[in-house]
Design a protein around this ligand. Structure first.
Ligand code: FE
Ligand code: CA
Length: 507
């Protein structure tokens, strides 16, 4: 075992001798593990371990300006006796003292437990699991999105943690950027501070969300795969265009986007750092993971590279602008699109999930109106993707989506405007962990015009738990009884089934 009084890894990665007695580690008097632990990027031989040191989580973190040594341990058992990794690593000040440590040399398809220590303090013990290889009989994933802490507690995450999935996918709106909600609108908790714009603000907001014990429990239970949507930065942003260009200049928004992407990285178990080149910022989010022969998850990023929403921001917008049919506007950017097509073409897995932020299927609102912030704003590119999903060589494509705060299961039709075209895939649109759905009635009244809808749950909170084996996929819409109660029960509202080879839901 390494004696942590003797060694500190410097930020350059050089091993230097030091005495922790003279460093911050010994001086710490408050628990820095206020934000819990997390893991992500599960591969057959590695997993990424995360924490962030923040003794004052809502005031920038409360850490010194210097890098800080942290002990990390990973073991084959929950008591951390059968230890595989015991190392001193560095929490860099430049990363807000977050840690993104890739634990290598692991065995496929196995559970591991891990813990961090600084000075006298130890984090909670997290559980994680590497990706399996070879034949796999079953696989369980959970996916979630949209967790405004003002409009609900996280009972859904308590239930998710108890389900112990092999993978948890978050499809965005992990935080919301707005200021505190008016008391008259009945918040159960309130955002600290006004609308967030600076790195300081984004860090504090992430910390406020991450201080929730049920959210921490879900992170400490399984590896996560995450992508931001709009509210991690600014409502309905696209590329370098903010929600309200009349209120923030492009330069202001570029600075803001960088701050938001950096804070997102600092709080998530993801491996790629955000990049800044001149005034262009980027965070590599889109990626894929594979689990034995049974599942592949392709995660898209439909915000950073998209063209601005066509036909204005009205919702739902009339179908009276030709721009949305243009081949020149892209939801993913061309580079990501080509990558996606390759991932779909080359997959040999049994279930192929295309996980992404917003509703993929067409949804026509009464009066031939559409939500231009979703794929409906970009139907030309969607049709290209549908053709790839329809490829008979591709086994069991399933679309996962978030964003819209209401549960909906839809058959993805080869041609949404034809009554005879076949379904090519099943789409599971999750509801929200806690964000409310004021437009639920508008969706519900439009369902008769959308015969591909197989299930709709309206203004209810929850998440979707997906179990699969080689024969079938079972998706449970697990809905919270009372989102205003952190201890609320969670019940199954619907069980949606896709039989292998069926390309749509079993009626
Ligand atoms: Fe949302
Ligand atoms: Ca959203």
């Amino acid at each position: 075992m390494i004696n942590r009084r003797q060694f500190i890894l410097s930020s350059s990665g050089l091993l230097v001798t030091s005495k922790l007695g003279t460093s911050w580690g010994q001086d710490v008097v408050r628990d820095p593990f206020t934000l819990g632990v997390a893991s992500g990027v599960p591969r057959p031989n590695s997993v990424l371990l995360w924490t962030r040191l923040a003794p004052e989580p809502f005031a920038g973190g409360g850490m010194p300006q210097s890098d800080v040594p942290v002990r990390v341990r990973l073991a084959r058992d929950e008591e951390l006796r059968d230890t595989m990794i015991d190392r001193i690593i560095t929490a860099p000040a430049d990363d807000g003292h977050s840690i993104h440590f890739r634990a290598d040399g692991l065995e496929p398809g196995r559970e591991y437990w891990y813990q961090f220590e600084v000075g006298e303090f130890a984090s909670t013990v997290g559980r994680t699991k590497t990706a399996a290889t070879g034949g796999l009989d079953d696989f369980r994933l959970a996916f979630a999105s949209c967790q405004s802490l003002e409009t609900g507690y996280y009972a859904a995450y308590r239930d998710m943690a108890e389900a112990r999935p092999d993978l948890i996918i978050h499809l965005g709106d992990y935080i919301y950027e707005g200021g505190p909600r008016d008391e008259s609108r009945g918040p159960v908790r309130r955002h600290m501070g006004a609308e967030i714009k600076t790195l300081w603000d984004y860090r504090n907001r992430h910390a406020q969300y991450r201080s929730d014990p049920n959210l921490q429990a879900a992170h400490a239970t399984a590896p996560w795969m995450v992508a931001p949507d709009d509210h991690e930065i600014d409502n309905n942003w696209a590329g370098y265009t903010p929600e309200d260009p009349e209120e923030q200049t492009e330069l202001e928004f570029r600075v803001r986007r960088w701050a938001a992407l950096k804070a997102y990285y600092e709080h998530m178990p993801i491996e790629n750092r955000p990049q800044l080149a001149e005034l262009d910022s980027s965070l590599q989010i889109y990626t894929s993971l594979e689990f034995g022969d049974i599942a592949k998850v392709i995660l898209l990023d439909t915000r950073q590279y998209r063209a601005d929403q066509p036909c204005g921001q009205e919702f739902p917008a009339a179908d009276d602008c030709n721009e949305r049919y243009s081949n020149d506007i892209s939801f993913t950017g061309r580079e990501q699109e080509q990558w996606l097509f390759g991932e779909l073409r080359d997959s040999e897995k049994h279930w192929n999930f295309m996980a992404q932020q917003t509703w993929f299927s067409q949804f026509r609102y009464t009066g031939n109106r559409y939500n231009m912030d979703q794929w409906d704003g970009y139907p030309a590119q969607r049709q290209q993707v549908i053709q790839r999903l329809a490829d008979p060589e591709l086994s069991n494509p399933i679309v996962l989506s978030g964003d819209w705060h209401c549960g909906c299961a839809m058959n993805v039709m080869e041609d949404f405007n034809s009554t005879v075209a076949p379904s090519v895939a099943a789409e599971l649109a999750g509801t929200s962990i806690s964000s409310i759905c004021p437009w639920a009635a508008a969706v519900e009244e439009s369902i008769p015009e959308n015969p591909h809808v197989q299930y709709f749950s309206g203004d209810r909170r929850g998440y979707v738990l997906v179990d699969m084996n080689q024969e079938r996929l079972l998706a449970q819409y697990r809905l919270v009884e009372d989102a205003r109660d952190a201890n609320s029960g969670v019940a199954v509202d619907a069980e949606m089934i896709v039989e292998s080879g069926q390309r749509g839901f079993t009626a």
